[in-house]
Design a binder for this molecule. Structure first.
Ligand SMILES: Nc1nc2c(ncn2[C@@H]2O[C@H](COP(=O)(O)OP(=O)(O)OP(=O)(O)O)[C@@H](O)[C@H]2O)c(=O)[nH]1
Length: 315
């Protein structure tokens, strides 16, 4: 019945206009022929007459007012050219968009055979906020799982993983890799003299010295207790020994100022240098053996595991 149909249309229009979702219809020439309140709000069309406006006009209007879609481009026409390569190119399109005011919208576009484009938008700001909180806590958890809480260096697990992936990466190259294992000397005495807190401060201090003495791409970790390990990728034995000596000297020359006193400390280091196709276990075991030699030969020194790559250093 005509009256009923009229009522239904009016009701539908009222429903659409008061909806929390946005609705817009563009004709085959991309002219906006229908929009509800939310849609007009997104493109900040409250103050302009939309008759005859096409999509590019709407975007230009919002962009000049620094409102509407968050467009990270200096040239709006470049952006519109890009959008032209995806818009109206498929029957259905779904995408997320952030607005200058911080809101996030899920846009869906239906292209009819007759050329009209029906656009629907849904506010997904709350989901996006929850998503980014979740992402941040996952990143934090990931960081905690891989980092030694006290020194903020890589923990044992993370050190092993990083070295193994570095070894896999350089498998086919001709270069050399070095492992250095370092252990503080008489650390038990430091704990006994300055307490566990003093001991912890020493570990943090040593971690800082390591970061200072090493290059950004060297891998360093706290393996446990007062033991640290350094991996130098693509580094020959001579350079590696220089690095290990630099670390040893820096630690010996840099006392920690703790509660008005100076805590002097030393460390013993063992190093090995091998071609890139070596496995982690072998590399670590050899460096550890060299560390054992350094401890036995009086501490505060670097000892080198004897191998084809290091014989010149030992001779
Ligand atoms: N403060 C503190 N002490 C730790 C930590 N982890 C291990 N230690 C202590 O480190 C000390 C290691 O002692 P030892 O293995 O005897 O070695 P050392 O006294 O350094 O002697 P050498 O290695 O032979 O020169 C022990 O007293 C442990 O309790 C830690 O996280 N914090």
């Amino acid at each position: 019945m005509p009256t009923q149909s009229c009522d239904t249309t009016a009701l539908l229009l009222r429903f659409i206009d008061t909806s929390k979702d946005g609705y817009g219809v563009f004709d085959a020439n991309d002219k906006l022929i229908f929009s509800n309140y939310v849609f007009r709000d997104i493109f900040c069309l409250e103050d302009i007459c939309t008759d005859g406006c096409n999509f590019a006009d709407l975007v230009h209007h919002a962009f000049t007012q620094k409102r509407g879609l968050n467009i990270e481009a200096n040239d709006i026409d470049d952006w519109l050219s890009y959008v032209g390569t995806v818009r109206r190119k498929s029957e259905f399109r779904l995408f997320e968009v952030d607005l200058v005011d911080g809101r996030w919208m899920l846009f869906s576009e239906h292209l009819l055979d007759s050329g009209e484009l029906l656009v629907h938008t849904k506010d997904i700001t709350r989901q996006k906020v929850t998503e980014s909180r979740l992402k941040r806590s996952n990143e934090k958890l990931h960081h905690l799982a891989l980092t030694d809480e006290l020194t903020q260096l890589a923990n044992r697990r993370s050190f092993v993983e990083s070295v193994e992936s570095e070894l896999a990466r350089c498998q086919r190259s001709e270069g050399f890799v070095t492992m250095v294992v370092m252990d503080l000397d008489y650390f038990k005495n430091i704990n006994d003299q300055y307490g566990h807190h003093g001991g912890d401060e020493v570990l943090v201090h040593v971690a800082k010295s390591l970061k200072q003495a090493l290059r950004q791409y060297d891998i360093v970790g706290r393996i446990g207790g007062e033991e640290f390990a350094i991996f130098l990728g693509q580094t020959d034995a001579v350079t590696s020994l220089e690095v290990a000596e630099r670390v040893r000297a820096l630690i010996a020359q840099t006392p920690l100022h703790y509660e008005g006193r100076e805590i002097y400390l030393t460390a013993s280091l063992g190093m090995t240098c091998r071609p890139c196709d070596v496995g982690f276990e072998q590399l670590y075991a050899e460096a550890d053996e060299a560390l054992y030699m350094a401890k036995g030969r009086g501490r505060n020194r670097v000892d080198v595991y004897p191998s084809e790559q290091t014989h010149e250093l030992i001779a």
